[in-house]
Design a protein around this ligand. Sequence first.
Ligand SMILES: NC(=O)c1ccc[n+]([C@@H]2O[C@H](COP(=O)([O-])OP(=O)(O)OC[C@H]3O[C@@H](n4cnc5c(N)ncnc54)[C@H](OP(=O)(O)O)[C@@H]3O)[C@@H](O)[C@H]2O)c1
Length: 304
Amino acid sequence: MEPWLRLVGGATGGALLAATGLYVYWDYYYFNPESVRGATVVITGCSTGIGEEMAYQYARLGAKILITARRENRLKEVVAKAKSLGAQEAHYVAGDMGKAEDCERTIQTAKEKFGRLDYLVLNHAGSSFGPISEKPVQTWDQDLDMDFYADFLNINLISYVRLASLALPLLKESSGHIVVMGSLGGKITFPYFSYMTTAKFGLDGFFGALRVELMKTKQDVSISYVVPGFIRTAGAEEMVKKLPGGEKMLETAAPVKETAYTIIRGGATRTREIYVPSYTWVISRIRMFPGWLQDYLILNVFSP
Ligand SMILES: NC(=O)c1ccc[n+]([C@@H]2O[C@H](COP(=O)([O-])OP(=O)(O)OC[C@H]3O[C@@H](n4cnc5c(N)ncnc54)[C@H](OP(=O)(O)O)[C@@H]3O)[C@@H](O)[C@H]2O)c1
């Protein structure tokens, strides 16, 4: 290899290592778990998966939580467990976040129960057409289902915007924080999940713009965009098993407990983007590469 190329490669590698080190240092050492005690938190999508685990971890830290999902029986169980784990308060709203009135009811209930809001954690994911894990793995071209697509965007993109808009007055009063569950698929594009990619890129776009608007108007509400890789929840596991080479991918899945903790810590330290597991930061960087190299890597290395 040419000496100048080695020099450039070394410098780039060094800069990336230093940036990663700084990020890890900031993320780990600036988190004071006591800062979450007594904090008021709304978390969506808590009947299962990462949302359920976040509810338990906020509870252990002594937060006051209000959780949502459609399945009321599951929410009752999660609330009971959260109380036993130490939540100062635990409430639920059973509702469909695809419906404007249920989003309104959620934020109104938070106002009535807590009188203030410190964290809005937007996490739910789903469709009115049944579990996403049951959807056949097909390219968009094989499955041009506009009804599914519009419903998916309503639940997974528009409702996030709606909930954040409804909560903003409360968040402004308490210098609060919004945590948005994005995806690695909201940073780079994978095949088979164009509907998910649209929602997650849209969330990054909307909340990125909102973040700078809040800064421009000097309002103390901050926003974290979470970039999860493959996290071992029941739904994600079912979906991945259907992909070519899916069984192998399962070995790389990150545990839900660590993921939930990383997100709560990142939210409390007001981290702009939360990469979990941290390899998602490295993979997201391929957007900086020339298009032909991005395409090559996505088609031959990162996609199923
Ligand atoms: N797991 C992963 O590998 C992974 C990777 C990247 C990003 N993420 C993101 O991380 C978040 C959590 O993922 P997860 O795997 O924990 O999801 P999950 O296990 O499928 O849980 C989704 C939650 O959303 C709720 N939900 C679905 N549709 C809803 C609706 N219309 N209204 C209200 N609640 C609804 C579900 O409850 P009900 O059915 O009871 O309503 C459930 O509690 C999602 O935003 C997902 O996109 C996950």
